[in-house]
Design a binder for this molecule. Structure first.
Ligand SMILES: [Fe+2]
Ligand SMILES: [Fe+2]
Length: 170
């Protein structure tokens, strides 16, 4: 039997990963309509990855005999002041997701659900990379972006970590 508390908190994470996907999709659309095609490309790919994170949770919950519930997602913002504001928002959001994953890890220890604890280790590592990636992009934006958004936008896709790191099958 899948622990009900763990099932519920994993379903909460389904919503959070799904919202992450929508948030980055909104940022992609904003960037694309503001001449930032590189930033848009980065955000579209990021949005796809978040959807995969959501799927990992859905499949895991169901695999354990629980029931994954696809929720309604709140509407993400439509406009962003600048690419820097958008990436500050990305970092803030990823820090929130890290705290959320850590909360689940803590609960698995409390409830002695070592299978879920093991399942979460991929996400623990992923969050380290997600935060590092957002911080690195913000550093680059501060270095070059203020004076030359053209170069920043042209080069940003080269700052993505290889897809192999972020694609694992559950
Ligand atoms: Fe995620
Ligand atoms: Fe993320």
């Amino acid at each position: 039997m899948f622990n009900k508390k763990i099932e519920d908190i994993c379903n909460r994470q389904v919503e959070r990963e799904g919202y992450s996907s929508d948030l980055y999709l909104a940022m992609a659309s904003w960037a694309e309509t503001n001449g930032l095609s590189g930033v848009a490309g980065w955000m579209y790919t990021q949005s796809d990855e978040e959807r995969l994170h959501m799927l990992k949770f859905i499949k895991y919950i169901n695999e354990r005999g629980g029931k994954a519930v696809v929720p309604a997602f709140k509407k993400p913002p439509v406009d962003f002041k600048s690419a820097e504001e958008a990436f500050k928002e990305v970092l803030k959001h990823e820090e929130f997701v890290t705290a959320s994953i850590n909360e689940i890890v803590a609960l698995t220890l409390e409830e002695k659900d070592f299978n879920t604890h093991n399942f979460l280790q991929w996400f623990v590592m992923e969050q380290v990379e997600e935060e590092a990636s957002a911080r690195m992009i913000l550093d680059k934006l501060r270095l070059v972006g203020k004076n030359n958004m053209y170069e920043f936008d042209r080069d940003i896709l080269g700052l993505r970590r290889p897809a192999a790191n972020s694609q694992t099958t559950p």
